[in-house]
Design a protein around this ligand. Structure first.
Ligand code: ADP
Length: 346
């Protein structure tokens, strides 16, 4: 958290060790003996139905809620051993309502924690500009001098995110951060945040009730069921292809096969050992062409629209590199098959 550190890549693991929360007056725990290890730099989504203990789990980390039993560690340090106020300054916290102070400018909002930490004015100004640029808000547009009410919902949420990053915390906690945005803005901000996360690699614990958002954003997904019990902790592909129990299967939805296709780029379905069809052959097939980084779900849409038996996969220069058949797409959409399959011949 040093003022002179321009390295935004610090990250720290988060370990829940039998973490349990029983609120006063309740007979059942809100969070029941949670074991979860979020690796440094990882983005983990906590999902599950309302009342499953997601927000409780998040607020236990920054001690807005105190543990009843068990432990949570940031790196090797137990959160109980740290001063709660200092701990919160070391953790970026983003919530749905952004929490921006309406009477403070964007620059002052973002610079608040560095200011509390005693950074020099010039360092704060540099960091504010650096962070605004990081989320595509050009400081020269005078954004920094405006008040939150003078920005769109999407812009306010971006400011909420960079404010959480201002003092370069090793951990980010995000509670339904994009829940109030319209679907188009939401998709944009999700994409931006993913790009930002790839760039700066902060350990991020992200609460959402939306399984599609979790599938899109996560390295791994933790699914909590009512009673605050962990139902499954796995990669999106494994959660979709091998749900741990009936609860997870129902929660991910009947279209989990299609969701799984959206995670797989068609290039992963090409078998490197088989023959690439010639231009003449692919022309005679009259199959739709798809660029190899596009998803298998897009390939399926093209096949269904063109009523063909497959697609021709191309590189960035529209040169064929193989084919994927409808049968291969269907077999991956069915559960339990490996993502890497298929052949390059029809
Ligand atoms: P989620 O974020 O998954 O919706 P929460 O963590 O908000 O779940 O809540 C988990 C459970 O704990 C719920 O049954 C909720 O009613 C209860 N709960 C949350 N906060 C409190 C509180 N301050 N006092 C008593 N019970 C609470």
């Amino acid at each position: 958290m040093s003022e002179d550190s321009n390295d935004l890549r610090t990250a720290s693991s988060i370990t829940f060790d039998q973490a349990t929360k029983m609120y006063p007056g309740q007979t059942d725990p809100a969070l029941d003996a949670l074991d979860l290890n979020v690796e440094a730099g990882e983005l983990v989504c906590l999902v599950g139905p309302s009342g499953g203990g997601k927000t409780t789990a998040l607020m236990l980390v920054n001690r807005l809620v105190e543990l009843s039993s068990g432990d949570i560690r940031l790196g090797e340090k137990s959160i109980g051993s740290l001063n709660a106020i200092q701990l919160r300054r070391e953790i970026g916290y983003v919530i749905q309502q952004t929490g921006l102070f309406p009477h403070m400018t964007i620059a002052d909002n973002i610079g608040l924690v560095p200011q509390i930490l005693g950074w020099k004015k010039a360092s704060i100004r540099n960091r504010v500009h650096e962070l605004l640029e990081l989320v595509g808000l050009t400081p020269t547009d005078d954004i920094a001098k405006r008040y939150p009410g003078q920005l769109s919902g999407g812009q306010q949420q971006r400011v909420g995110i960079v404010r959480a990053l201002a003092a370069n915390p090793p951990v980010m906690l995000m509670d339904e951060p994009f829940g109030a945005l319209d679907p188009i803005t939401r998709a944009h901000v999700q994409d931006e945040f993913l790009a930002l996360h790839n760039e700066i690699g902060k350990t991020t614990l992200f609460v959402t009730h939306d399984i599609d958002e979790a599938i899109k954003m996560s390295n791994r997904i933790a699914i909590l069921k009512p009673g605050g019990k962990l139902a499954q902790f796995d990669t999106p592909d494994t959660v979709l292809s091998r749900p741990a129990d009936d609860f997870v299967e129902q929660f991910v939805g009947e279209d989990r096969g299609l969701k799984r296709l959206s995670l797989i780029p068609v290039r992963k379905m090409l078998n490197p050992s088989t023959v690439v069809p010639s231009d003449k052959e692919t022309a005679s097939l009259s199959w739709p062409r798809i660029e190899r980084d596009k998803s298998a779900r897009t390939a399926l849409s093209l096949v269904l629209a063109a009523e063909t038996d497959g697609v021709v996969v191309t590189d960035g220069d529209d040169v064929p590199v193989g084919t994927v058949t409808l049968k291969e797409l269907a077999s991956i959409a069915g559960s339990g098959n490996d993502a890497v399959a298929g052949s390059t011949t029809p």
